[in-house]
Design a protein around this ligand. Structure first.
Ligand SMILES: C[S@@+](CC[C@H](N)C(=O)[O-])C[C@H]1O[C@@H](n2cnc3c(N)ncnc32)[C@H](O)[C@@H]1O
Length: 199
């Protein structure tokens, strides 16, 4: 589905970064010590390119080849570089203590697959590494302005807080906000916003 969705010329989630990431850009804007950052389920690369433009070394992981191609294209257009990883997050093992940060924006997996992904994120973050996530919650079913229609794919802040209970939680909340991020996110949306640092 995603490969076809990203096949056209247009960037379906736009080329500007996610709002929650942009609001928290200070965490990743460290030009004197560039960070190694992994963006999971990164689609067409808008967040990865934003982070790379700050001087970070960024990897975009997705199972949609067409999204990864558009990621490289957007990076070239913005005169930066993003490394791409073609992999399925339901089974891909991430390397141990590899990244300073993991970014997970609207990357929705079935509930049966999420514990494995959380485990991989915990493994691949270095000590002091940061996870930043924004995901649609079950309340999004009332709004229908984007995200999966299947409740099993939706995520609560409580689930994230439990999966990263050993971390220092910097932000964990659910809210409804205006989301205008490309043609597929268009209006009020119910989201979990989560930032945690590995102890
Ligand atoms: C809603 S899009 C979000 C894209 C991007 N994070 C953004 O904010 O623009 C969800 C992305 O997750 C990817 N994805 C979903 N399931 C995946 C899986 N099992 N393995 C890798 N990528 C996956 C899709 O291919 C798609 O690019």
């Amino acid at each position: 589905m995603w490969n076809e969705r990203f096949a056209g010329e247009e960037y379906v989630y736009g080329t500007e970064p996610n709002d929650f990431l942009k609001e928290n850009k200070a965490l990743f804007d460290t030009p004197e010590t560039p960070q190694k950052i992994l963006c999971v389920g990164e689609g067409e690369g808008r967040n990865a390119v934003f982070l790379a433009q700050m001087g970070n070394q960024v990897w975009a992981l997705d199972y949609a080849q067409s999204g990864l191609e558009k990621t490289r294209k957007l990076a070239a257009l913005r005169q930066t570089e993003v490394h791409t990883i073609h992999a399925d997050l339901t089974m891909h093992e991430l390397p141990e203590a590899e990244y300073d940060a993991v970014i997970m924006i609207f990357c929705h997996l079935p509930s049966v697959n999420r514990p494995f992904l959380y485990q991989q994120i915990r493994k691949t973050l270095k000590p002091d590494g940061v996870l930043l996530a924004e995901l649609y919650t079950p309340d999004q079913l009332e709004y229908r302005t984007g995200g999966p229609a299947n409740p099993d794919m939706l995520v609560t802040a409580e689930e994230l807080a439990q999966a990263f209970a050993s971390y220092s939680i910097l932000e964990s909340r659910e809210c409804v906000r205006e989301i205008h991020e490309g043609q597929l996110h268009t209006g009020k949306g119910a989201v979990a916003q989560f930032i945690a640092r590995k102890a």
